[in-house]
Design a protein around this ligand. Sequence first.
Ligand SMILES: Cc1cc2nc3c(=O)[nH]c(=O)nc-3n(C[C@H](O)[C@H](O)[C@H](O)COP(=O)(O)O)c2cc1C
Length: 453
Amino acid sequence: MFLTLRKICTPSIMTVTEKRTTLLPQPKEEELIERKSDIIFTTPPVPKASGFQLFEKLGSPTKIVAPMVDGSELAWRILSRRYGAELCYSPMLHSRLFSENEKFRKTILSPLDGKPGLDRPLIIQFCGNDPDTLLSAAKHVVGRCDAVDINFGCPQGIAKRGHYGSFLMEDWDLVYKLIHKLHTELEIPVTAKIRVFEDWSKSLDYAKMCLSAGAQFLTVHGRTRDMKGQKTGIADWNLIRYIRDNLPEGTIFFTNGNILYQDDVPRCLKETKCNGVMSAEGNLTNPGIFWTQNENKDKLFPRVDKFVREYFEVVKQCGEGESKRCFKTHLFKSLQTFLTMHTDVRAEIATINRKSSWDELERIVKMIEKVVEDIFKKDNIEELDTIKVENLESWGGRYRDVPYWRLQPHFRRINGVDGRSVIRQIVKQKDSKRKADEPADEEDSQNKVRRSE
Ligand SMILES: Cc1cc2nc3c(=O)[nH]c(=O)nc-3n(C[C@H](O)[C@H](O)[C@H](O)COP(=O)(O)O)c2cc1C
């Protein structure tokens, strides 16, 4: 068997396949269907859409709402689609809890989750470290989503304790088994979301291994496991592009990280050559992040009052449950800047909880509407209510100044320093490092030319 694999592998693939011959479960010979460059694909016994077919079936989505615990639940997904999102991921669900506990299943997913016509396309994400448990959990969502994703990216302490997410990055054998189990035994496709290693070629091998295990889409978050919290920093699109360039053509590949503004979406598609762009924090602070259709200011940077009203109506439509529970969290995230100016509203939002009545929530919405209504009574409001677009930055995009009564782009505050200044500082450092490296590069490339002459 191993000989067969070796025979059909080119030398360049030996890094991945050799590892697999010793570490990973091998596909049965009759399962081997295709070899694209250096990845061996296996066919599942159950016929189901492969990566490209699935992508097309979902409408070739380019704008994707990331999986987010307390972030990408039903109401937020419905709302995000109204602002241009084309594919949404559910929050991560814990496979053991989900497979064992019916009450948990009913609490976390309502009958409306994944309903065709309302909540599709949808990929439901799980975390886990036991292939059988993962399969048993995933079987419960067949018919309620288009594919199941596995979270290999979570860097939080809880994932370390539970041994899942990015803490499986050292256990390729298990990662392979988890993906392969769903690929071969679940009726719907499986996809994977991963982080990168500092080592580029290791990241590439890891991506290849996930694909060869049966992942039909691969989402690459261009940050390492250590890049979290205060150390989040900037995702590395060059590394993402390197991975992309070295995967077989036709691989469905999503890029995750660094989306600040709407025009970062086409820029990311172009620079990383991905099929789709995934956003988490950018989408949380402004679902308008995916509005690339036109320059409608109310879609690009929605007015706080109109946005909250629209969102609240969607939450009501979703009824009691997760969407209502997350209402407060979303208000804090999406209204962050506005609430620093109107601390009285912030204090009122702080009083609500999962048991609050619809009337109590309505009172908050009305309070926000009144505040913005008063702002719009100003004589010079037309002049004030403009979005200023700044000069082109070295990173390829432009900052915007958005009035605080509109949803804002996301800048993570680091050690009490405004996130925008932090980003400027990081970009400046990268620019000067690049400049410092340039002469050496030139000399090096000249040497190469000389050598080839
Ligand atoms: C509130 C929040 C919850 C998240 N929950 C998940 C999750 O459930 N599953 C997952 O794979 N990643 C999760 N992430 C990570 C994001 O999906 C994404 O990979 C990360 O935030 C980087 O994307 P960004 O730069 O667009 O924010 C979460 C991120 C945030 C901010």
